[in-house]
Design a protein around this ligand. Structure first.
Ligand code: NAD
Length: 308
């Protein structure tokens, strides 16, 4: 049977995700958006790049869900993005309405699907999606940690003038300015970054990572980042579809891990054909645990505002 991947939202992130999925031939792609003609136009345009790029998956664009029926994986990017001066939390009400309606259709048409949520505020939208679909926790996850980590990796590589290939980094917590980059678990070819960088330098890179999304928004002015977010989503999609059992930081549903209950938050997970196959519990220092708990409080507050 062919693998079907639905991408809901054919805007900056959604269309770029579709492009990367096609280039990697990860499955047939259905692009969904509420704007008439947008997913059809982008879908056809992408399909027509197939003979040149050498992929032969199907790509269709649609305003409805019939074509999405029985998708293996659904990626939710529908919603509005930030403009300068806005926090991710400012998007809460608008995107909650959008994501709720999308999640209802996903549950109806693809009841066995894995779902990667991208819409912001990320951790809250992932929680909402799980609640609305009623899917088990291994099948609903949010993309944020991979993006936050790739930003941290990029800044470390730039600072040290070394290849990004050799830099690994871990970022936990909610997707927002309260995220928790973990320099202890960040390395260059296995060597801790503290061997290369002063505490002040590390703090500066952490701060830039925390505000990494806002930095792009302030340049773009009319929208937010999409290349690195799309690559992050596709890394997660590939881990699931190819059963890679990758260890990646993702927003996952916690039931006691890290002392947190009934919440989505960024933690390291094992991602494979079973979706979230395992939540890895790192031994955090008291300061790191504090920072994670503070980050969780912000997410909880936003979840409460939804009055589910
Ligand atoms: P965008 O405005 O370019 O695209 C969003 C698309 O969603 C639009 O085409 C819009 O028509 C569509 N849409 C709105 N309501 C819909 C509905 N009910 N059904 C289907 N489609 C609908 O925005 P973008 O830059 O692609 O960002 C999308 C979302 O992803 C935003 O919420 C943004 O904040 C978020 N985002 C998250 C991360 C992350 O790390 N998790 C990173 C980047 C962006």
């Amino acid at each position: 049977m062919r693998t079907k991947i639905t991408v809901v939202g054919a805007g900056h992130v959604g269309a770029t995700v579709a492009q990367l999925l096609a280039y990697r031939e990860l499955g047939d792609i259905v692009l969904v958006d509420v704007i008439e003609g947008l997913p059809q136009g982008k879908g056809l345009d992408l399909l027509e790049s197939g003979p040149l790029e050498g992929f032969d998956c199907r790509v269709v664009g649609t305003n409805g869900y019939e074509e999405t029926r029985d998708s293996h994986l659904v990626i939710i990017t529908a919603g509005v993005a930030r403009k300068p001066g806005m926090s991710r939390e400012d998007l809460l009400k608008t995107n909650a309405d959008i994501v709720k309606s999308v999640a209802e259709s996903v549950a109806k048409y693809s009841p066995e699907a894995f779902v990667i949520v991208v819409s912001n505020p990320l951790d809250v939208m992932a929680y909402l999606t799980k609640r609305v679909t009623g899917f088990p926790k291994n099948r609903v996850m949010g993309m944020a940690g991979v993006l936050d980590s790739t930003r941290f990796r990029t800044f470390i590589a730039m600072e040290l003038n070394v290849s990004v290939e050799d830099v690994q980094a871990t970022v936990l917590g909610g997707h927002g300015d309260s995220m928790v980059p973990l320099p202890r678990y960040s390395t260059v070819s296995g060597i801790p970054i503290s061997d290369f960088l002063s505490p002040e330098q590390i703090e500066r890179l952490i701060e830039r990572t925390r505000k990494g999304g806002g930095e792009i928004v302030s340049y773009l002015k009319t929208g937010s980042a999409f290349y690195a977010p799309a690559s992050s989503v596709v890394q997660m999609a590939e881990a699931i579809l190819k059963d890679k059992k990758r260890l990646l930081p993702c927003a996952a549903y916690l039931e006691g891990e890290y002392g947190l209950h009934d919440i989505y938050l960024g933690v390291p997970i094992k991602l494979g054909a079973g979706g979230v196959e395992e939540i890895i519990e790192l031994k955090l220092t008291p300061e790191e645990q504090d920072a994670l708990s503070r980050s969780a409080q912000g997410v909880k507050k936003a979840i409460d505002q939804l009055q589910l």
